[in-house]
Design a protein around this ligand. Structure first.
Ligand code: GLA
Length: 377
């Protein structure tokens, strides 16, 4: 990763006042549950966005060694005014202001080793790094639990992507060696011990490298369908639908596709709760079947997987993973597999072989270590 202080100096001819970092994430379990007021269990990756930043006289300037041209703006303006990658930065400034805070004018240089377009939240990492830097530089008094919603609002309203609150919560609130059990309704968290290495285990993440297809439109469509189902069922959100008597409940919905969408969300919330219960009592290996069931639910009921991720999950399981599932919004991205640590190479090879057989672009494997959330360096 490039030395971001050097980028700052080269670009602005001054020293940054500090460095701030915010990580990407994978989600252990709980997919498409966040915007249904449900439960998620992500952990932060060691890969992160680093921002070098310093206060300025007026306006905001951002440059990066990864993205296009440097961008500066005097004012974020109405949502949509700043476009392209800098919209994520302008969105943070806008959201802070909209919430009544005064973010300080600033110059920012960014670098990142979070893989782009892999479904591990490179954009939430960027938002969280910028948000943390601006909060510190401006001495703004905003407790950690209120920060993810600000970054999310920037993304939802300013950038226009209808995502939930998981990614920003993970990037800001995760702790090393833990998974973040988040109740997306109350925003309450519990840091769940997830020291896989101590058990001789590892989480193997494999980027499917599948081209993202229709991600934005399909995500929005799933979200709409869930909200419509909640309305038809007369509950505030699908989180309020019980797994008890679920088949009966589903009969109230005429649409067969909608019934399956609801079944995914309701059973997925339960799988998160079951996973947390197992982890609380140190039974890490036993979460494997829940991960695999989550994948089946995403494939059959929520219909957000693609051939590349299905093949990767299948190959990981055949090669001895305890459980495997796609992680993130879907239609490509990464899978994660819970494995014996000494099987990482063998399982990664098995997935690569399966890919070769199917004629898919080679996948990219890496072992994910639960890491800490946004911080000043
Ligand atoms: C994307 C969104 C999250 C969440 C996941 C699916 O990562 O940004 O809010 O909805 O998809 O679980």
């Amino acid at each position: 990763m490039t030395d971001v202080a050097t980028i700052f100096r080269d670009h602005y001819g001054a020293e940054p006042e500090g460095l701030w970092a915010a990580p990407g994430r994978v989600n252990l379990i709980g997919e498409h549950t966040d915007y249904n007021d449900g439960f998620v269990l992500p952990f932060a990756l060691p890969e992160r966005v680093i921002a070098a930043a310093g206060r300025a006289d007026a306006g905001w300037a951002v440059c990066s060694d990864l993205q296009g041209e440097p961008v500066s703006f005097d004012d974020p303006g109405e949502p949509g005014t700043v476009t392209g990658w800098a919209a994520y930065v302008a969105g943070v400034v806008w959201a802070l202001r909209d919430a009544g805070y005064e973010p300080p004018p600033a110059r920012i240089a960014l670098t990142s080793d979070v893989p782009l377009g892999a479904g591990v939240s490179s954009s939430a990492a960027l938002e969280s790094a910028v948000l943390t830097a601006l909060i510190d530089l401006g001495g703004l008094d905003i407790p950690a639990h209120e920060r993810p919603a600000l970054a999310q609002r920037g993304e939802n309203v300013y950038v226009g992507a209808p995502t939930g609150i998981m990614d920003q919560s993970a990037s800001i609130r995760c702790e090393a060696g833990r998974a973040l059990f988040l109740d997306c309704r109350s925003q309450e968290v519990e840091q769940i011990p997830f020291d896989v290495a101590a058990e001789g285990l590892a989480v193997l993440v494999v980027n499917s490298n599948a081209p993202h297809r229709h991600v934005d439109g399909e995500y929005g469509a799933r979200r709409k369908s869930c909200e419509e189902a909640a309305r038809l069922l007369g509950v505030p959100a699908l989180r309020d639908v019980s797994t008890d008597g679920l088949d009966q409940t589903l009969k109230q919905l005429d649409d067969e596709v909608m019934r399956r969408r609801v079944r995914h969300v309701v059973t997925e919330d339960q799988r998160v709760l079951d996973t947390v219960a197992l982890l609380r009592s140190g039974r890490i290996r036993e979460i494997g079947p829940l991960m695999t069931a989550s994948h089946a639910s995403m494939r059959e009921d929520f219909e957000i997987t693609v051939a590349e991720v299905d093949v990767a999950v299948e190959a990981a399981l055949m090669a001895g993973a305890y459980g495997a599932r796609m992680t993130g919004g879907g239609f490509g991205g990464c899978i994660l597999a819970l494995i014996d640590a000494d099987r990482a190479d063998a399982i990664a090879s098995a997935i690569a072989e399966a890919y070769a057989k199917h004629g898919f672009t080679a996948p990219t494997p890496f072992v994910a270590v639960p890491s800490k959330g946004a911080t000043r360096l």
